[in-house]
Write a protein that binds this ligand. Sequence first.
Ligand SMILES: NC(=O)c1ccc[n+]([C@@H]2O[C@H](COP(=O)([O-])OP(=O)(O)OC[C@H]3O[C@@H](n4cnc5c(N)ncnc54)[C@H](O)[C@@H]3O)[C@@H](O)[C@H]2O)c1
Length: 404
Amino acid sequence: MSTPARSIGVAVIGAGMAGRAHLAGYRAASTLTGGAYGETPPAVRLVAVADAHEPFATAAAARYGYQRAETSWQAVAQAGDVDAVSVAVANPLHREVVEGLLAAGKHVLCEKPLAPSVADAEAMVAAAAARPDLVAAVGLTFRRSPAICAVREQVTGGRLGAVRHFNGRYWCDYAVDPAAPMSWRYEGGPGSGALADVGSHLVDLGEFFCGPVGSVRGTVFSTVTTSRPRPLGAVVGHAAAAVGERFEDVGNEDLATFTATFAGGATGTFSVSRVAHGLPNGLGFEVFCENGAAAFDLDRTGEFTTTGATAPGAADTYRRVLVGPEHPYVAGGLPMDFPGVGHGQNDFFTFQCRAFLDEVAGGPGTPIGALPVVPPLSHGLHNLRVLDAITRAAGTGVETVPLD
Ligand SMILES: NC(=O)c1ccc[n+]([C@@H]2O[C@H](COP(=O)([O-])OP(=O)(O)OC[C@H]3O[C@@H](n4cnc5c(N)ncnc54)[C@H](O)[C@@H]3O)[C@@H](O)[C@H]2O)c1
């Protein structure tokens, strides 16, 4: 096995929930070998983790084996030994950090949603266009799920036929407790809540199967808890924390439902929530097609179910498919790459980090092995445009039924 001439120095900005997944992902990325990954993994140096809260940076650097901890993204931008950087901070910070990193000549992998507004995302895409020599990608991580990609192969390979209906849900319970601490996730206007946080993933998956959304309608937003207590200290992700007596207004939605018509003719029905009792991470969907259907549930990451196409008549009911080496990402991508061994959402980040590093090693737009590249910032901009249309559809087309 040959080694690339120069190793890639990586850093992660933000050592919260997502940042830790990136830190772990880079650590494992060059262990993926064979199968879709090719025989020459990029050589990686784990250089820095930056978090404005110093204890998070220091603990994460020690935990994941990075050379140093920083407390500002600027320190990473200025570092001569860093080549590629993940941005995993609150959405309103994405633009400033990504633009600063690109200006400093760093390859960037930015978390979703790309920005808090379409205008910010457009500026980020322009900044990336000014540096075509750099990889600038957006992390829509569920595109790296082996089972979701296996379902997509059923669709794009023609077995199931044309998609007629995508039905998706992303139901979480992180905000179900009214005493859950105020955080950046609850700030911003309509559309910046559950829709941006988890709906960004679900909309992207709808398009993963059905192609681009053509129109949206019927959006309903609801905010169940309208004010939340300030935390007394730093909080990771949407974890519980000790809170004080000062409350702040919640600016965005706890749940959203909407429908879409895809340009290819399929219909989409969507439901997202952060106040769904008992469901910490309830992503699931069905894809109903001309000759059959398939379904996925994130609680059962290593499998999907499908019906139709090969088992007609009375046997034509849903059957379970265990994801294994015949499916994307598994062969060479897991230490035990056998069917039924299982894997989890954290592995999606490893697969994503690896694809990003492959592109950094080969140049923008160049996959190495059989992995698709991580979508560019323009894809994140498109995602935001769909979210923006969904948000605008909350204010139009409402029909009122008179009370009897
Ligand atoms: N792809 C996924 O599945 C996924 C999952 C979770 C979060 N995310 C995304 O990742 C991003 C971060 O979310 P999170 O849940 O990890 O948030 P988080 O609040 O847990 O972590 C953010 C971290 O950024 C730090 N920070 C704040 N200001 C900073 C600054 N100026 N410089 C450096 N660090 C700073 C905070 O101290 C905190 O540790 C968001 O865009 C979110 O949408 C994606």
